[in-house]
Design a protein around this ligand. Structure first.
Ligand SMILES: *[C@@H]1O[C@H](CO)[C@@H](O)[C@H](O)[C@H]1NC(C)=O
Ligand SMILES: *[C@@H]1O[C@H](CO)[C@@H](O)[C@H](O)[C@H]1NC(C)=O
Length: 459
């Protein structure tokens, strides 16, 4: 690998020097590398954030206020005690409503008689308490309009100060659970043959929240919970596969210990089986997310991936009808792997902060030759026909990263040059409009520059 042979898009890539890009970039936040304009990066990261919230990573916690009607509960939302939660199997959404007042009272009475606390939705977890506290503080700071006062009173009724709650719990002999206890409980729920499908999915859904924390993910491993979730990947229920992959994707993310155990536990094979067989799109999406988390920054897993025929699996996946969304993600994953390996070699030379073993492992990942042998030059070039700008952006950056490897193919691919010519005209027009609006280094200008440099290289 010589600097003189850097593909132009990779040369433009500033991402490497921005700490943000060192964060895990799978799934919820597919990487926004490639283009250099910081404003552009901001734009896309907003877009990414939206996607992130709707799709994968329930990071922003808020307390949901249920009513007497069923309403969808979004990832990351906590529910107040006494709410009733169910899983809508049609939509896959969790729904919540207030439990009837007297039913809740009865439950409380039951508790006071010394019954064991009902698992799941009628209890507070430590996280719920934190939320309740945050909500209470927020409530106290509110303006005192009449409406707000009413709302405040309601908030106070629902979310009392944490000390008060703790006192109540002590009276009831309820111990507030640690994250570890919660994870053990959720795994038991998921692993139990007497749990319904809804309960199993709900357990995985809750578990995903906890394993974002590195320590929690490692604890999950320590008591055998990780393997239970990995085995969930070959369940006969697509929803169990989907949510198991969802949990694993979060647990693997930048967590080498967990990644190593997952490889030992057969996670890679199972994920590839999901991607290679007929499954709902949502299941494949999450499996691809988990695969990406497992491979990133883990050259050993990348080697195994190539050995197990992972590239063939991904090739079939991108050629499947109705999987266009996944095609872009696959190409992005490949781009990530190509640049990660490239930078690993550079880093090792420049900074010498990588262990020789790891560099050795990166060197053994025969990624670019495999991509070429298996027709990825052509596949990637064809994906440039996708209509969305951001899909094209990802494809363009990948074409740039593959340029040195695929040059001969690209040269002969008249269709590719035709597409590039059409896109050049389209983005010239869009960039001109952008310029009229005062943006001289806008998004379309960047796309145009990428196209121009590819065309120059292929001349
Ligand atoms: C899961 O269930 C199996 C079979 O019932 C049991 O052998 C195993 O120990 C359980 N695993 C965990 C982590 O609870
Ligand atoms: C999943 O696969 C593992 C090993 O590959 C096996 O032990 C387990 O029984 C399988 N589970 C299901 C539900 O098929």
């Amino acid at each position: 690998f010589q600097p003189g042979h850097l593909p132009p898009l990779a040369q433009l890539d500033l991402c490497h020097f921005l700490s943000a890009c060192l964060l895990p970039s799978c799934g919820g936040s597919w990487p926004e590398f490639a283009l250099t304009n910081p404003e552009k990066r901001e734009k896309s990261s907003t877009k990414e954030t939206e996607r992130k919230e709707t799709e994968l990573e329930p990071e922003i916690l808020e307390v949901f206020h249920p009513t007497h009607e069923w309403q969808a509960l979004h990832p990351g939302q906590a529910v107040a005690a006494g709410s009733h939660v169910r899983l809508n199997l049609q939509t896959g959404a969790r729904e919540v409503k207030l439990q009837d007042e007297d039913k809740f009272q009865t439950n409380l009475k039951g508790l006071k008689k010394g019954k064991r606390l009902n698992i799941n939705t009628n209890t507070y977890t430590s996280q719920d308490l934190k939320n309740a506290l945050a909500k209470f503080k927020e409530g106290a700071e509110m303006e005192n309009s009449k409406e707000d006062q009413e709302r405040q009173a309601k908030v106070k009724r629902l979310f009392r100060p944490i000390e008060e709650l703790k006192k109540d719990f002590e009276e009831l002999n309820v111990v507030i659970e640690t994250d570890m206890q919660i994870m053990v409980r959720l795994i038991n729920k998921f692993n139990s043959s007497s749990s319904s499908l809804e309960e199993k999915i709900a357990a995985l859904f809750d578990l995903e929240y906890y394993v974002h924390q590195m320590d929690n993910a490692q604890d999950l491993l320590s008591f055998g919970g990780l393997q239970v979730v990995i085995n969930g990947l070959n369940s006969t229920e697509p929803l169990v596969k989907e949510y198991a992959a969802f949990v694993l994707g979060a647990a693997f993310s930048s967590n080498p210990k967990v990644q190593v155990e997952a490889i030992e536990g057969g996670a890679l094979q199972k994920l590839l089986v999901i991607l290679a067989t007929e499954q709902p799109l949502s299941t494949k999406k999450k499996a691809l997310f988990a695969l990406c988390s497992l491979l990133r920054h883990f050259p050993y897993a990348q080697q195994q991936f190539l050995k197990l025929g992972g590239l063939q699996v991904l090739r079939s996946l991108v050629q499947e009808k109705g999987m266009e969304v996944l095609a872009v993600r696959v190409v992005t994953l490949l781009y990530d792997l190509v640049t990660e390996k490239m930078f690993a070699e550079e880093d090792a030379e420049l900074m010498r902060d990588m262990s020789p073993e790891k560099l050795q492992q990166y060197r053994q990942v025969r990624l670019l030759p495999s991509l070429q042998e298996q027709g990825w030059c052509e596949i990637t070039a064809h994906l440039l026909a996708l209509p969305e700008h951001d899909a094209r952006e990802k494809v363009l950056q990948t074409l740039g990263a593959l340029l040195a490897t695929c040059r001969d193919h690209f040269h002969q691919d008249t269709q590719l040059r035709g597409t590039l010519g059409t896109l050049q005209a389209e983005y010239q027009a869009l960039a001109a409009l952008e310029l009229q609006e005062g943006e001289d280094e806008g998004y379309f200008r960047e796309l145009l520059d990428s196209i121009n440099s590819l065309l120059t290289e292929l001349r």
